[in-house]
Design a protein around this ligand. Structure first.
Ligand code: NAP
Length: 249
């Protein structure tokens, strides 16, 4: 009997959980625990770190998992690195479920940068109203460009002071719509958008809205991860698990 551990925190992980819930395959969904009210899942859920690659390897062995699916966000670099190591150590096969990065199209005004630090540097210059759509992590780095007014979109209401002196917070969680993001950018007089190249549909709305308004986008490229077996659809994961029968469900 197979038993699957899903490293989650993404729409794709939720879609895989939905698909597996319709089969007889036992599966567990793992959240890091960053969000106060994570989305409910149709399969059992656990929350919190494993204690590094070794802890994850031990967890896989102790709980009798036969398959590991890394469906974390493309910027969850540490977790994905740990998954590769834990798979090697435990012998439990790993498959990554990922989404393709966004590509610029005609009308986009992207400036691509290698990482958060480069994005911070690229913001040197006169005051602007900037949508900083990068989540809660790494906000501190932008404190070295305090001249800007930042619009932050966060999943949870922030507790305590934010590291940016001049900012507005909107609490919301995706998927977002182009219409909604157009209204948001206009309402806050946004002149520039900073985004991680997450890929996927739900978070692309801000880019479509920026294109429509002709706004420049500072696009942070994905970190480079270790080579691992990788697919882009839930169907491919089910096939890997030997559950093609579930595809028609
Ligand atoms: P990270 O830096 O790669 O991971 C840091 C540590 O958090 C990991 O070493 C692990 O702790 C724990 N962790 C991360 N994902 C976990 C999971 N799914 N289940 C159990 N433990 C997990 O990760 P991150 O960038 O902080 O992202 C955290 C979570 O948020 C991920 O699950 C990711 O899918 C989701 N997310 C991230 C972003 C983003 O921009 N980074 C955006 C949307 C959603 P131990 O070493 O103790 O095991």
């Amino acid at each position: 009997m197979i038993k699957v551990l899903i490293l989650g925190g993404t729409t794709e992980a939720g879609e895989l959980a939905q698909a597996l819930a319709k089969t007889d395959v036992p599966a567990l969904y793992s959240y890091a625990g960053r969000v106060k009210t994570p989305k409910p899942q149709p399969i059992p859920v656990r929350t919190g770190g494993f204690g590094g690659a070794e802890g994850l390897g031990e967890f896989l062995r102790a709980e009798g998992f036969t398959h590991l699916v890394d469906a974390t966000h493309p910027f969850a670099e540490q977790m994905s690195r740990n998954a590769v190591l834990a798979s090697d150590q435990s012998g439990v096969p790993l498959l990554a479920l990922t989404r393709s990065p966004w590509q610029p199209v005609e009308g986009d005004r992207w400036q691509e940068v290698a990482n958060v630090e480069a994005a911070v540097q690229a913001l040197a210059g006169p005051r602007q109203r900037v949508m900083l759509a990068i989540g809660r992590q790494h906000l501190e780095a932008f404190a070295s460009q305090p001249q800007h007014h930042y619009l932050l979109r966060l999943v949870d209401e922030p507790t305590g002071a934010l590291p940016l002196p001049n900012c507005t917070v909107t609490v919301d969680r995706g998927p977002f719509t182009t219409k909604g993001d157009l209204a948001l950018l206009k309402r806050h007089g946004i002149e520039r958008v900073v985004s991680k190249n997450a890929g996927g549909e739900g978070a692309a709305a801000k880019l479509l809205a920026a294109r429509e308004l002709g706004l420049p986008v500072l696009m942070i490229k994905r970190p480079t991860l270790a080579t691992r077996p990788e697919v882009h659809s839930v169907d491919q994961v089910l096939r890997w698990l030997g559950h093609e029968v579930a595809l028609g469900v």
